[in-house]
Design a protein around this ligand. Structure first.
Ligand SMILES: [Zn+2]
Length: 314
């Protein structure tokens, strides 16, 4: 059996663990919820306890290391979390806190970077050179592989696709900018837009589907409504796809990727999301790079973060 790594996907609501082989196969996985307090020590305690439980199932020589993908602005050199709005952390020396208690080589990276690396190794099988991975969940994350290497930029902050400006005078974003793509794309943005329309009196099957509790609106509900040809739901998917497409069209002109992998909760809507994305890209970016960029929905999806973190530790 080849040596394995422990991949950990550290998010604001859950922490996922999995043993990953050098090919990116996920051998075993588990999940705990992130302790609700934003106290880093409490989160580290829970993470270490579960990691120990998983690692105890293997002889130590079988384990090559631990990879952690964390939501936020990460310094991959020091393994510290500079800022994580999801975890409500600022300047947390995550690697130092964990290495005291788990004696394995540890790498820490941004979760979207980890996802991009998994998409590159497992889904593209390293057959392309340039790949962009977009995770559209609650918000929007991005990771970039250029010339077969994960591209992190000068400070490890590259590929923050969610914070491209779409509207100069648009909605304020926690990052300090306004009109960021993430304010218009993602589960949070879609649900807010649906609520606004319903409160303004628009008639839709969505109201009935959530029994008039508008806090229950999710992308899955909006997908089901769209499949019933609900006008509001169809409009919302077309709008979200167009907004994502505008961001991607600019990136296509800048990066000229061969693959664009779309992952995260919203990607499960398939063509409801992809059709308007594709339309917008063809309309807005240069013809040659637009037709060369293949849009792919990730098959790994929920596992992309763990697998990528595990692969980075290989
Ligand atoms: Zn922003």
């Amino acid at each position: 059996m080849p040596r394995l790594t422990l991949g950990i996907d550290l998010g604001g609501t859950g922490i996922k663990f999995g043993l990953v082989d050098p090919m990116g196969r996920l051998l075993r996985s588990s999940k705990i919820s992130t302790p609700s307090k934003s106290d880093p020590l409490e989160v580290v305690n829970a993470l270490v306890a579960q990691a120990k439980a998983v690692l105890a199932t293997l002889p130590k020589r079988k384990v090559r290391g631990i990879g952690i993908g964390a939501a936020g602005d990460i310094d991959p050199k020091t393994g510290s979390v500079r800022l994580s709005p999801n975890l409500n952390w600022r300047n947390v020396p995550l690697k130092a806190l964990i290495s005291r208690r788990l004696h394995y080589p540890i790498v820490i990276d941004n979760d979207a970077n980890a996802a991009a690396w998994a998409a590159y190794v497992v889904e593209a099988k390293r057959r392309v050179q340039n790949l962009l991975c977009v995770t559209v969940g609650t918000g929007v994350g991005g990771g970039l592989v250029l010339n077969g290497q994960l591209y992190r930029g000068s400070t490890g902050s590259a590929a923050e696709i969610g914070h491209i400006t779409l509207y100069p005078d648009g909605a304020p974003c926690p990052c300090g900018n306004q009109g960021c793509l993430e304010r218009y794309v993602g589960a949070r943005a879609m649900a807010a837009e649906a609520r606004r329309a319903i409160e303004a009196g628009e008639s839709t099957v969505v109201s009935k589907m959530v029994h008039n509790d508008l806090s229950k609106i999710t992308p899955l509900i909006l997908e089901k409504a769209a499949r019933q040809k609900d006008r509001l739901a169809l409009h919302l998917w077309s709008q979200v796809g167009e907004h994502l497409g505008i961001g991607l069209a600019s990136l296509i002109n800048v990066i000229n990727p061969e693959w664009i992998v779309i992952a995260g909760g919203l990607s499960r809507a398939g063509n409801l999301l992809l059709d308007p994305v594709r339309r917008t890209i063809l309309k807005r970016s240069f013809h040659t790079p637009a037709s060369a960029a293949k849009l792919v929905i990730s098959k790994l999806d929920q596992e992309l973060g763990i697998v990528g973190a595990g692969l980075l530790a290989h």
